[in-house]
Design a protein around this ligand. Structure first.
Ligand code: ATP
Ligand code: MG
Length: 202
C-alpha cells in the first residue's frame, strides 16, 4: 500500500440528507483503492447499530427508542471503534445535524469529535434544486420532503456546523460541490484533499 507515514487519515464526510454523501464516498473509496490506497467506507449509524446488536437490539429503529444515556454510550463506542481503524484512509459517512422542535441538534457534538479525532472534515454540497430533485427521485429511501427554500436553509446551517467542527478539532474543512451528473468531479476533489502532500498552501 502507498505510504502515508503510518498515519491513518480519518475524514468525516457530512452533508444534508440526499446531497449525495454515500454516492460520493462510495465512489471515492473505489477510486482510492484503484490507485493503491487501503481505503474504507464507514457509516457511523451502521457501526452504532453493530454495537447495539451486541446489547440485544434487533432493529435499527429500536436505537432511537433507547434511553438517551444508552444512545450516547453507543455513539461513544462507535466513535472509539472507528478511531481505532488502521486503514490508510477512513471515510466516515454521517449526519451533521438533525432538525427538531427545540432547534438543530448536532450530529457531531464535542464528546464525539474528541473520540473520532478527524484529520479532515468534508462537507458535500449541491444547489438546493438539485438536492430537492434527488430526494424526490430516490425511491430507495423515505425522506421528509421539504421545499427548495428550506433546503437552502439546511445547506446554510450545514456550512456553519462544519466550520464549528473545524474550530473544535483543529482539522481543516473543505466544501465539495456534488453537481448534477458530475459525481466524478466531487470524487476528484475529495481525493485531492486526502492525497499525500502535507499541508500545501494554495
Ligand atoms: P442520506 O443522508 O439520506 O443518506 P446521501 O447524502 O447519502 O443521503 P445519496 O444517497 O448518496 O445521498 O444520494 C441521494 C440520491 O441522489 C441518490 O438517488 C443518488 O443516486 C443521487 N445522486 C447523488 N449524487 C448525484 C449527482 N451528482 N447527480 C445526480 N444524482 C446524484
Ligand atoms: Mg447516505
Amino acid at each position: 500500500m502507498l505510504s502515508l507515514e503510518g498515519k491513518t487519515k480519518r475524514a468525516i464526510v457530512v452533508g444534508i440528507p440526499g446531497v449525495g454523501k454515500t454516492t460520493v464516498i462510495t465512489r471515492s473509496v473505489e477510486a482510492l483503492s484503484n490507485i493503491g490506497y487501503d481505503a474504507k467506507l464507514v457509516v457511523f449509524g451502521t457501526v452504532m447499530f453493530e454495537e447495539a446488536v451486541k446489547k440485544g437490539v434487533k432493529h435499527r429503529d429500536e436505537m432511537r427508542k433507547l434511553p438517551i444515556e444508552e444512545q450516547r454510550r453507543l455513539q461513544e463506542q462507535a466513535a472509539a471503534k472507528i478511531a481505532s481503524m488502521q486503514d490508510d484512509i477512513v471515510l466516515i459517512d454521517t449526519h451533521l445535524f438533525i432538525s427538531t422542535k427545540q432547534g438543530y441538534y448536532p450530529g457531531l457534538p464535542l464528546y464525539l469529535l474528541n473520540l473520532l479525532k478527524p484529520t479532515n472534515l468534508i462537507l458535500v454540497a449541491a444547489e438546493p434544486h438539485e438536492v430537492l430533485n434527488r430526494r424526490l427521485n430516490d425511491k430507495s429511501r423515505q425522506r421528509d420532503l421539504i421545499d427548495e427554500k428550506e433546503i437552502a436553509h439546511e445547506l446554510e446551517i450545514a456550512r456553519i456546523m462544519v466550520a464549528a467542527c473545524s474550530i473544535l478539532t483543529g482539522a481543516p474543512f473543505a466544501i465539495v460541490m456534488n453537481r448534477d451528473g458530475n459525481v466524478d468531479n466531487a470524487v476528484n476533489e475529495l481525493i485531492n484533499l486526502l492525497s499525500n502532500s502535507e499541508r500545501g498552501y494554495r
